[in-house]
Design a protein around this ligand. Structure first.
Ligand SMILES: [Zn+2]
Length: 116
């Protein structure tokens, strides 16, 4: 599996500056999560849909949210450990450079936007 798009998520018009990196971004998640989860199911949980702050890059197809939890062997939700999330954010910065911003939301997802 390369990546999942959650039901109801609108990425029809997501900017090329993000879609071009989706495969590598999913690999950054899968690689860094591998000690916590055998095959982390990278999932985009918001695109242009959903409720975001006024002026959010989501509404300009310049942002996605990405899940930072998975369902473990016991069928329970498990959050990725903080150090894994920090490593993911570091790799995203390395891959994407200064025109992109990674925001670690509290709870369920990392927000990534293209903001040149
Ligand atoms: Zn977001």
């Amino acid at each position: 599996m390369i990546y999942n798009i959650k039901g109801g998520v609108d990425v029809r018009f997501l900017r090329w500056e993000l879609t071009r990196y989706l495969f590598q971004i999913s690999e950054i998640f899968r690689w860094n999560a591998k000690n916590a989860c055998d095959d982390f199911p990278f999932t985009v949980t918001a695109g242009a849909d959903g409720n975001h702050m006024e002026g959010s890059k989501h509404y300009k197809n310049q942002a996605i949210d990405m899940r930072i939890w998975f369902v473990d062997d016991r069928g329970e939700r498990e959050d990725l450990p903080d150090d894994v999330i920090q490593n993911i954010a570091g790799d995203l910065r390395k891959l994407l450079g200064p025109d992109y911003q990674t925001v670690i939301h509290e709870g369920s997802h990392i927000h990534l936007e293209w903001d040149p």
